[in-house]
Design a protein around this ligand. Structure first.
Ligand code: G3D
Ligand code: MG
Length: 173
């Protein structure tokens, strides 16, 4: 039985893999040809964030409509934490992280986040385009951590959600 119910957001630029990460986490699958997310998808999953301790996450995955203010305020309202995602193969998505953090804090307050570099499976082919040490240092300077994931292989995806959950719980107790 879970006594924690937490609203968790996926944030970050378009096409970084937010929807793919949620799908991987919920259904343990990767689907190469997704449609663009329309509106907001809310998916629920129980997470055992520590042995014997379970939280129910409602995971909010927003599509391209975020620019509309009324959708945005609904999205952020009551959020407990967020995975803030960039794409390891596109530097622009990393440089935008600070803007995202500003927006998150503006609308949701100073909630815990985990910085996610996604598409780790592509790094071998594409090479390293972002300074991963800087990403780690930045996350730590904001009281967070940096995790590299792949929605395609599934690596670290469970860990990312579990770590976020743990941080949310710990920030409250
Ligand atoms: P978004 O929800 O942040 O907009 P999506 O991103 O989940 O829709 O993913 C955008 C594209 O990146 C998709 O490709 C998806 O298959 C791909 N993708 C997501 N995560 C990964 C990953 O970890 N590794 C690799 N190799 N690809 C990933 P398409 O081609 O459908 O646009
Ligand atoms: Mg999406």
């Amino acid at each position: 039985m879970s006594s924690f119910k937490l609203k968790v957001l996926l944030t970050g630029a378009a096409a970084v893999g937010k929807t793919s990460l949620v799908q991987r986490f919920i259904k343990n699958r990767f689907q190469a040809n997704y449609k663009l997310t329309v509106g907001v998808d809310i998916l629920t999953k129980d997470v055992e964030f520590r042995q014997g301790e379970i939280a129910t996450l409602s995971i909010w995955d927003i599509g391209g409509q975020q620019r509309f203010e009324f959708i945005r305020s609904t999205f952020y309202k009551g959020a407990a934490g967020t995975l803030l995602v960039f794409d390891l193969t596109r530097e622009q998505t990393y440089t935008e992280i600070r803007k995202w953090l500003t927006e998150i804090r503006q609308f949701a307050g100073d909630i815990p986040f985990v910085l996610i570099g996604n598409k780790a499976d592509l790094m071998e082919d594409v090479g390293v385009v972002i300074d991963r040490d800087e990403a780690r240092a930045f996350a730590e300077s904001e009281g967070s951590i940096y995790i590299e994931t792949s929605a395609k292989t599934g690596i670290n995806v469970d860990d990312a959600f579990t770590e976020l959950t743990r941080r949310i719980i710990d920030s409250r107790t």
